[in-house]
Design a protein around this ligand. Structure first.
Ligand SMILES: [Zn+2]
Length: 410
């Protein structure tokens, strides 16, 4: 039994309770939380660690959307426009994935570890990330991705997908979960989508999909116009949208509790659908770099959408440090009061992340939950408890320590 005591404890529970002079007692689960002195008295045999002044105890962070296979990118890919970026990804992906061999994956995972990420959702395009994700110290939800617009190649695509999926199932463990990702409505033929969704249903795999990331995607599916009409000519001389509408694509996911990603160009009825049929991961740095729209929090909240945060890959971010992502989100959203926003963002990065990745028992510090805990030292005293979420986002780059299932991992 261990006890951590600190000046502040962020529970991230339903009421977003912040405790002063508090302690948490845990083994692999959280046994108890409360006032420092009473917890220490109540569990006399526990090993007590008093954290330094101005320390904060909080749940581990959850990054719901990352592409580690592109971690070699620094200045290779082209930003500023979605289809221009996509084109550069297609041209450079082979070279980039080849360059991401020894050290590259490890560095990317280490960046998440040091920032206190205790769980992440990895989108795997090729399977090159399987071994490293299995060995990662964190909880990993491993989304094997499928895409393809030409049914002529459907057999090969499906064969390759099944091969990767089976391999990832072989790695299934307490901390490693196999899941499935449909790339997007502009890259995945309905037949291939149906094939993948049937597998997901049969095996109860969590599903994720990029949705309404760009205005180009919006224009393409709504009017068969815009940047995509030129871009898709690379794959088909006369490209046509593969779905009658974005809603037609969405309806395929009815009742499946899907993790949708981005959603900046979503319409109201689509947000209604998402709120009833899943959650939404937002990646503000990526959205900004590719000149994509960022979904307003007020709007998402008014529709009841459960939001989480993703860093996306280093293919569209300069950092996998979740505090960098949180800072960017803090300044990207001017539609919500700063203190309220800080609270919401911390919730997005903890309890909502757990919900999005279906990590039951993660994301909050409450009795009987998993002991996924991080500790942070603020640079100075904080005069009022309601300032803590904001000060955490402003000042944190690395955590002091981190635990998963009560075991120290950083
Ligand atoms: Zn992505």
């Amino acid at each position: 039994l261990k006890i951590l005591s600190a000046d502040y404890l962020l529970t991230c529970d339903e009421d977003f309770t912040i405790l002063k002079d508090a302690a948490v007692c845990f083994d692999e689960k959280i046994i108890d939380i409360g006032d420092k002195d009473s917890i220490i008295q109540k569990y006399p045999y526990a090993i007590v660690k008093h954290l330094s002044p101005n320390s904060v105890i909080m749940p581990g962070l959850i990054n719901t959307h990352v592409h580690l296979e592109f971690s070699a990118n620094k200045t290779t890919l082209e930003y500023g426009d979605f289809t221009r970026w996509l084109q550069s990804v297609i041209e450079k992906r082979e070279a980039l994935t080849k360059r991401c061999v020894s050290g590259c994956f490890e560095e990317a995972i280490e960046q998440m570890v040091l920032s206190g990420v205790s769980a992440f959702g990895e989108i795997s395009s090729f399977g090159a990330d399987l071994n490293i994700c299995f060995k990662a110290p964190q909880r990993v939800v491993f989304f094997n991705e499928i895409l393809g617009s030409n049914t002529k190649f459907a057999d090969d695509i499906e064969k390759d997908f099944k091969y990767r999926l089976n391999k990832s199932c072989d790695f299934e463990s307490e901390h490693f979960t196999t899941a499935l990702s449909i790339h997007s409505l502009y890259s995945t033929h309905p037949k291939i989508l149906d094939f993948a969704l049937n597998i997901a249903k049969e095996n109860d795999f969590l599903i994720s999909t990029h949705f309404m990331e760009s205005y180009a995607e919006r224009e393409w599916v709504d009017k068969a116009q815009g940047d995509f009409s030129d871009f898709l000519k690379r794959f088909n001389p006369e490209p046509k949208p593969m779905y009658g509408s974005a809603m037609e694509f969405l309806k395929k996911f009815e009742g499946l509790d899907t993790l949708f990603v981005h959603g900046g160009a979503c319409r109201d009825d689509e947000l209604d659908f998402i709120s009833k049929n899943g959650t939404l991961s937002q990646c503000v740095v990526s959205n900004r770099l590719l000149n994509n729209p960022i979904l307003g929090i007020e709007k998402a909240m008014s529709k009841g959408v459960s939001m989480s945060l993703g860093s996306d890959g280093l293919s569209s971010n300069n950092s996998l440090n979740m505090w960098d992502e949180l800072r960017a989100a803090l300044f990207a959203h001017a539609d919500v009061n700063t203190l309220e926003l800080s609270k919401l963002l911390i919730k997005f990065a903890t309890v909502n992340g757990a919900k999005a990745l279906k990590l039951d028992g993660c994301g909050t510090i409450e009795k009987e939950k998993n002991a996924d805990i991080i500790t942070i030292v603020l640079p100075d005293k904080v005069s009022s408890l309601d300032q803590i979420p904001l000060e955490l986002i402003l000042h944190t780059t690395e955590v002091k320590s981190g635990y998963i299932d009560g075991e120290r991992y950083v």
